[in-house]
Design a protein around this ligand. Sequence first.
Ligand code: AMP
Length: 403
Amino acid sequence: MSFENMGLEPEFLRALEERGYTEPTPIQKEAIPVALEGRDLVGSAQTGTGKTAAFLLPILQRLGGGKRGKTRALILVPTRELAEQVLNSARAYGKFSKLKYAAVYGGVGMEPQTRALKSGVDIVVATPGRFLDHMGRGHVDSTKLEVLVLDEADRMLDMGFAHDVNKILDSLPVERQTLFFSATISADVDRLARRALNDHAAVEIGHRTEAAEGIEHVLVAVDKTEKRGVLAKKLEEMPHGRTLVFTRTKYGADKLARHLRKEGANVTAIHGGKTQASRNKALDRFKKGKVRVLVATDVAARGIDVDNIAMVVNYDVPRDPEIYVHRVGRTARAGARGVALTLMSPDESMMMWGVEKFMGRTFHRHVVPGFEPAVAPVQPREIKPVRRAGRGLGSRRGGARRR
Ligand code: AMP
């Protein structure tokens, strides 16, 4: 399946060619034909799988020339960073179409957004709270809405947007196409999906908890005090490619960055305690390859869109298995390969087991010579893989299946 034989019009093929995309990613192969048929879908896909193009291309094609002065597609996203990213992607993929777009999100003034909305945009990318604000003030007319996208639905729920999203759903035309994406599909996400979608026609794509293929998961058992030593050594062994290191706390992020710098690594840290300007600067340096290692907390890393991350490091085992999937999804994007290194101290072994149960697989506990933990790690029993019909994400055999 190539972009050409998916039924995309030449203007989009041209835009894709300009972006240098030669082959669709697995989720694009599955989602684009389904969405082009006008059907609803639930996609289990994290950042890095190419999901943005998977929903944008069919929408752009469906809306065609635009210019009806009413909002015809609404894309709900959890954060302003993601809103900006989706808007930029829409501009890129829709380069040769005449559609108008706007992004609306909180934390900035209403006025420019109001002006944009009132000028009549075809596609609105929005965070739920700010969209409701505009709706309440009559700045958007969504009575002619044709397509709704919920992107990173799990994150929207995590961030407390359930109420806002439900309110938006209640106000939209029932006859519409809904495309629903979430990295993970918990019971709450499933409930939201059922509410948002025309259940009978929805096609489900992607495996529910599988992180992108192409990721090599490396689990190292090590005492807490030795973690930074192991990390410095791993960075030395892998001198090429960008590395994103996650720590649980801001304090931990700074301290670790300082230590790694002393060990000679080219490193910077971003976290919620820094100003937006300094975060942007650090991110920019990382993107441009001026720093190779970025230490970040989960909150600060939200919405980071950097390709070619060779290694993601869980300096602490995440408390929530879904966070593990999110974090490691930053590497091995768009078919590339990547390493997910997790440093596990003895007190974190239960949390790691939680991650493994969630992923449906166990990881071998490695020890690094010179950094052996005081108590040798215990290898848990194998988890029998549950085979689902039509498994998807990244799978060559993966086919769409009906719910
Ligand atoms: P996303 O998962 O939508 O955030 O996309 C992840 C990254 O992959 C983005 O930087 C896209 O520009 C890139 N990408 C999306 N589709 C393709 C493709 N078919 N070929 C190469 N890169 C792609």
